[in-house]
Design a protein around this ligand. Structure first.
Ligand code: ADP
Ligand code: MG
Length: 164
């Protein structure tokens, strides 16, 4: 389903060039959960971000490889199609959830906005879907949580909001 082939990513600064990911290949099948383990600085985050081309360029650059997803190479996908995949079929739960959610917007507004961006659901239907998603990740009283602000949620709850 996701097939990463021979991926190489480098960061080039004024003084040095760092090969953060060096010819990595890995495949993830449907329903498969894969954990990537390695010491700090070994390139895990860079690999993950490269999948939807979120590497800051410069200083970063994807030097080689293919990332096949549903038969298409994400590295060669036009930007408009890529943003549809990103946050839709492929989403990230970042380590620091507080920086991923907007602190001045309710959880509901942020979720509903995401639902509207990635589905044909609007207004009430989008709201219903947001409640469903919160329930799915095990958030109690999901209906009420829609009007919460991120700081009113625990760290784990915020991570689950990001996941939903
Ligand atoms: N924006 C960046 N600019 C320069 N070097 C970077 C940048 N991001 C990551 N690197 C370098 O790439 C390497 C891999 O980093 P990273 O993917 O964050 O590792 P991990 O997630 O496994 O800790 C490190 O040497 C890091 O310093
Ligand atoms: Mg990391």
């Amino acid at each position: 389903m996701l097939d990463i082939r021979n991926l190489t990513v480098e960061f080039e600064t004024a003084h040095q060039r760092v090969r953060a990911v060096d010819g990595v290949s890995l495949a993830i099948g449907p329903g498969q959960v894969v954990g990537l383990v390695g010491e700090s600085g070994s390139g895990k985050t860079t690999l993950g971000l490269a999948v939807t081309r979120l590497i800051p360029e410069p200083p970063g650059a994807i030097r080689s490889g293919e990332i096949l997803f549903k038969g298409r190479d994400l590295l060669r996908l036009p930007q408009e199609e890529l943003v549809q995949v990103r946050g839709g079929a492929i989403a990230y739960v970042f380590q620091e959830p507080a920086t991923s959610l907007n602190p001045v917007m309710t959880v509901g507004r942020q979720l509903i906005e995401t639902v509207e961006r990635h589905t044909s659901r609007r207004s009430r239907a989008a709201r219903g879907r947001a409640v469903e998603l919160l329930a799915q990740v095990g958030i109690p009283a999901p209906e009420e949580r829609l009007s919460s602000y991120p700081h009113e949620l625990s760290g784990g709850m915020k991570q689950r909001v990001m996941r939903s």
